[in-house]
Design a protein around this ligand. Structure first.
Ligand code: 6AU
Length: 262
């Protein structure tokens, strides 16, 4: 069973992609399965929070199109932090267009984002577009990959059982570039080579007023089957984001250890 296997064993499986291997490796080195969503509104705040949470995360997630004042220098600083503190950068663009358009869009992200998110709504050709860009850049760049959204955390979303099943098939088909799936239930991913990334984690709140639904760190790992948990407001809106990141990290990682031990 995926959720019972250790990250170390999963990283060594033949079908595990290079990008998934890299996430497993960083996670084990830092004892962190925490991804922080830095959904702030200015470039200065992005770098400020990034620096504070950097020691505690395996992935830093951005919505770069929602942040004002982002320049090449901002991206450069973010990449320096990623190198210094050993984490990956994921641009949560949720690409969803036809293959050719996604290919054009992804060309602007591949240089700086280790990971991007995509919706599966337009089918496999979109991943083929991304795969082509990655293959064109393999000599100059470290490994790259995607997380495919299979389920959403907000109430009222339109994703059906059939959509989830077809999404998993697409992930299997493009395994060389797929790190895993963004989903909410433990039985979506059966293959231990794929990572489950799960947002909707907050210790203080049960929801927001726009449909987001939250769980505790232990529920997200034990009940929902997350391998990596995404925490946004629970950390960047805290009075002490560094301390909050450390607390979430420890709680998530200890629950992962508990999960594989029994
Ligand atoms: O902890 P929050 O609610 O402040 O932030 C959650 C983050 C946001 C969302 O855009 C993202 O997680 N997200 C995603 C992702 C990662 O793809 C999927 C989803 O179903 N729900 C969700 O909140 O940056």
């Amino acid at each position: 069973l995926r959720t019972k296997l250790e990250f170390k064993e999963r990283a060594e499986l033949l079908e595990t992609s290079k990008i998934a291997q890299k996430i497993f490796k960083i996670s084990l080195e830092k004892k962190s399965n925490l991804c922080v969503a830095v959904d702030v509104d200015t470039a200065d705040k992005l770098l400020d929070i990034a620096e504070k949470v950097a020691p505690h995360i395996c992935i830093l997630k951005t919505h770069i199109d929602a942040i004002s004042g982002v320049t090449d220098a901002t991206i450069n600083d973010l990449q320096l932090l990623a190198k210094q503190y050993n984490f990956l950068i994921m641009e949560d663009r949720k690409m969803a267009d036809i293959g050719n358009t996604v290919k054009l869009q992804y060309k602007k992200l591949v240089n700086w984002a280790d990971l991007v998110t995509v919706h599966s709504v337009s089918g496999g050709m979109m991943l083929k577009g991304i795969q082509e860009v990655i293959n064109e850049n393999t000599d100059s760049l470290d490994s790259r990959g995607v997380f495919i959204v299979a389920e959403l955390s907000c109430n009222g979303n339109l994703i059906s059982e059939q959509y989830i099943k077809e999404t998993v098939k697409i992930a299997e088909e493009y395994k060389d570039i797929v790190a895993g799936l963004v989903c909410q239930s433990p039985d979506v991913i059966s293959s231990p080579s794929l990572l489950q990334l799960t947002p909707g984690v907050n210790i203080k709140n049960a929801n927001d007023n726009l449909g987001q639904q939250y769980q505790s760190p232990s529920d997200i790992i034990l009940t929902k089957g997350a391998d990596i948990a995404v925490v946004g407001r629970g950390i960047y809106q805290d009075d002490n984001p560094a301390e909050a990141a450390k607390l979430y990290k420890e709680s998530l990682w200890n629950t992962y250890l508990e999960r594989i031990s029994n």
